[in-house]
Design a protein around this ligand. Structure first.
Ligand SMILES: *Cc1c(COP(=O)(O)O)cnc(C)c1O
Length: 310
């Protein structure tokens, strides 16, 4: 199967109804439903990397991540589907986790780098040994980042516009999504080309890394226009969960059948609720929430969420 063909895959758009919307209209672009195994923004971030690997006849792809990584999960699933070998360089020491079991099932070769070894990933010679061990493999940056990752997300804007009619909308005021590195957000800013603001809800503590990354990606793409802003959605740190977050996830699922992951999408939607509570949106405003997926990573957190719910 050629990678590009599979991108005709339809994305689902739905209007959501929550009692906290206060007259604001909210639709969700369900990237979590794109495919049972290759879901979320990671699939779109990988599309150009996969096409490049196919075009150069690379025998496989190699990348890095943690034991619950949505990125490695999507990469391993894509490799299996498109007949490309995959190698995962993992943070820390060998551990058993639902994601790790999937990576193995998808046929990914795993190397555990320890913590120090993983920190060395930014050193200039880091890749030499891996390139020697896996000649001609296509190296994908952590999280599927870089310009190729952002460009894979540009198409989302056209896809969501094409679906607006299905929910009876002819326009919207802003896009809202969870942000890790800002690569997906940069792709949406490029796709919007200044037509609508893109609001990124930070899953980690506010720092310069995200705006720096977004600026670099927009520069590389030859666009000066920013057209975006960032809000803090981190709730005490990346991957930190609390009772309010746990109850919000279980409530959203009951109210609207919308599954959320605790690291990214739930925090982003909770930050959107706070923005509505703060009166930042007029009654009748139409917001599109990009559900970036990540549900495979929720499995490892399920017990903790039930405990936190109280
Ligand atoms: C990786 C991820 C993000 C963050 O994407 P970036 O492009 O790094 O900002 C958001 N949501 C989910 C579910 C993710 O897996």
């Amino acid at each position: 199967m050629v990678v590009a063909d599979s991108f005709a895959a339809d994305v689902v758009m739905q209007e959501l109804h929550f009692d906290w919307l206060r007259g604001v209209r909210l639709a969700v672009l369900r990237l979590d439903l794109v495919d049972p195994e290759l879901s979320g923004n990671k699939w779109f971030k990988l599309s150009h990397h996969l096409a490049a690997a196919q075009a150069t006849r690379a025998p496989g792809l190699i990348s890095l991540g943690g034991a619950h990584s949505n990125h490695l999960h999507a990469l391993a699933a894509a490799g299996q589907r498109f007949g490309l070998a995959t190698v995962g360089l993992l943070r820390g020491t060998e551990q058993d986790a639902p994601t790790v079991r999937d990576l193995q099932r998808f046929g990914m070769r795993l190397h555990w780098l320890g913590y120090g070894g993983y920190r060395a990933r930014h050193q200039p010679r880091f890749w030499d040994a891996w390139r020697a061990l896996y000649p001609n493999y296509h190296c994908v940056p952590e999280g599927g980042g870089g310009l190729a990752g952002a460009l894979g997300c540009v198409t989302l804007v056209a896809q969501l516009r094409a679906r607006l009619g299905e929910i009876g909308w002819d326009d919207y005021e802003a896009l809202w999504l969870a942000v890790g590195t800002g690569t997906t957000l940069a792709g949406l800013v490029l796709g919007e080309a200044g037509n609508h603001p893109v609001i990124g809800a930070l899953a980690g503590p506010p720092a310069h890394a995200v705006p720096d990354n977004v600026r670099r990606l927009l520069d590389e793409a030859g666009t000066a226009d920013a057209g975006y802003r960032l809000v803090d959605a981190s709730r005490g740190g990346f991957g930190r969960f609390d009772g309010e977050l746990a109850r919000f996830i279980l409530q959203a699922e009951r109210d609207s059948g919308l599954p959320l992951d605790p690291v990214y999408t739930a925090k982003a939607l909770l930050a959107l609720r706070a923005s509505i509570d703060a009166g930042e949106w007029d009654v009748g405003s139409r917001l599109v929430f990009i559900h970036t997926g990540g549900l495979q990573g929720r499995r490892a957190a399920e017990e903790q969420l039930l405990r936190l719910r109280g």
